[in-house]
Write a protein of this length. Structure first.
Length: 458
């Protein structure tokens, strides 16, 4: 039986650590926050409000679900603890990636999830970039969106066979992907360390906070109601309704969907604990000479390579480089992160000048143990109609947008057949906070492997 938090429930220390809300200071210090247009007007929930579907969590997953529900004529209310995009959705790198993490290609997805779900999830994420950019166009979302392609440069010659296989698998699904040669990869990235690259031209990049605020605006225009600064403190089933309690009011709903990522604050510990949070640091450089764009990512693509400690970078519209990643130790990490990732990038792109961290921020992504999305029941009782959905796993812009639409179609009366994931019980990791620490602790080993592979490749 999934444990649901209630008035008397006190999360354990580990549940608190794993699910602690994001720090607000690092939200406001981001380049995205400095440049995104304002979100829709909204304020806290006061008194009692009734609705058909309550969505708790105002990130891409919550707003994509709410937008598509509202468009289908279903009454929906979104509760957000802070403001739209306050979580990972407003803090990420803004890469629109139409696939899952390395290793989770269609064949593995079918093996892991079974033929039906594996096929559906691969098709859904393969089309995810097109969906994101189509929504942006349809709703006129101002978010500096560039459908300029996503590339994954290959850092060793041994990986070239894997690259061919990856391209073949996505091509078999009708995706317009390509393998780039060494010369093309060097030209496209600006770095001679690469041996080839995977290219999906339907991906690209955007201002992630502006996209999230835009989705929120589109959802409210379509009829969804939004309450901000309304942290859900408890969710309880009363008769045939859910009651979500905030500090100043309550929301009563026939159906409930939690989209709080891993940071619900112990609202529903088991689904929250199914993912473990991973802190990532991000930095945007000072404005650089626009002429540099001719030999660093000249096609303005988003690039994330195949190393274990991957190197990801992109341009902004005003000629800054945005990059970032993990750090191995939490001590002094916010300060170290400001220069570590820029310096690391410059080692492979010596044509860049010394870069200053004009903006630095951090965010928490969440990953399930198998890096796959979930739709979990909140209780064992079939008629309860309460779920928690997670779709992050590090590559979430396309995935959360696409999964939100499918969940909305299902809640609007579609059949289970349209769902790309089964409805399951929560399967929490034993100690999510420790699992997330393990990620950083493992980093020095990953760096060692990367260094050895790069040395062999020279
Ligand atoms: C630094 C970083 C870089 C990343 N880079 C990329 C990238 O380039 N491309 C990509 O595709 N993905 C990337 N990701 C992952 C991506 O950001 C996530 O997959 C995605 O934003 C998850 O969206 P979500 O809606 O599930 O969760 P979130 O955006 O985290 O939304 C959850 C929301 O729930 C709210 N909430 C929590 N508890 C409560 C409560 N009790 N009551 C009410 N509201 C609550 C939070 O305030 C938050 O706004 C990155 C993530 C990080 C952190």
């Amino acid at each position: 039986m999934t444990k649901i938090a209630h008035e008397g429930y006190r999360p354990t220390l580990f549940e608190r650590l794993a699910a602690a809300p994001h720090p607000s200071v690092s939200f406001q210090s981001s380049f995205w926050h400095a440049t995104a247009p304002a979100g829709p007007d909204a304020g806290p929930l006061h008194g009692e409000v009734e609705t058909d579907v309550a969505v708790v969590g105002g990130g891409y997953l919550g707003f994509s679900t709410a937008l598509h529900l509202a468009e289908a004529g279903v009454e929906v209310v979104v509760l957000e603890a802070d403001e739209p995009g306050f979580g990972a959705s407003g803090r990420n790198t803004g890469f629109v990636v139409p696939n899952l993490l390395t290793g989770l290609d269609p064949t593995v997805l079918r093996e892991t999830m079974g033929a039906r779900y594996g096929q559906q999830i691969a098709e859904m994420i393969g089309q995810g970039g097109e969906l994101v950019f189509e929504l942006i166009r349809r709703h006129g979302i101002e978010c500096e969106a560039r459908q300029s392609g996503w590339i994954q440069p290959v850092h060793t010659p041994e990986k070239l066979a894997w690259l061919e296989d990856r391209v073949a698998q996505w091509k078999a699904l009708g995706r317009p992907v390509q393998a780039l040669s060494r010369d093309e990869a060097v030209y496209e990235t600006g770095s001679d360390v690469y041996h080839g690259a995977f290219l999906d031209p339907t991906g690209g990049h955007l201002n992630p906070l502006a996209y999230c605020r835009g989705l929120a605006g589109a959802a409210t225009k379509a009829g969804a109601r939004l309450f901000t600064n309304s942290r859900a403190r408890s969710v309880m089933r009363h008769g045939d309704r859910w009651r979500v309690t905030t500090d100043r009011g309550s929301l009563v709903a026939k159906r409930l969907l939690l989209t709080t990522n891993s940071t619900g604050g112990g609202l529903a510990p088991a689904p929250e604990g199914t993912q473990f949070p991973i802190t990532l640091f991000q930095v945007a450089s000072q404005q650089l000479d626009p002429a540099l764009r001719e030999n660093v990512l000249p096609k303005d693509r988003a690039s994330a390579d195949t190393r274990k400690e991957l190197i990801a970078y992109r341009w902004t519209w005003d000629n800054r480089i945005v990059t970032g990643g993990l750090l191995a130790s939490p001590f002094g990490s916010a300060e170290r992160a400001k220069t570590y990732h820029l310096d690391r990038l410059r080692e492979m792109l010596p044509q860049l000048p010394p870069m200053e961290p004009a903006y630095a921020w951090q965010g928490r992504l969440a990953a399930a143990r198998d890096f796959l999305p979930r739709l979990m029941k909140l209780t064992e009782h079939e008629g309860d109609q309460g779920w928690s959905a997670i779709a992050c796993n590090g590559r979430g812009i396309a995935m959360t947008t696409a999964l939100g639409r499918r969940i909305a179609q299902w809640l609007a009366g579609g059949s289970n057949e349209g769902l790309p994931v089964p409805v399951t019980r929560a399967d929490p990791v034993a100690v999510p906070a420790l699992a997330s620490v393990a990620f950083s602790v493992w980093l020095p080993w990953n760096r060692r492997v990367d260094r050895a592979e790069l040395k062999r490749a020279k």
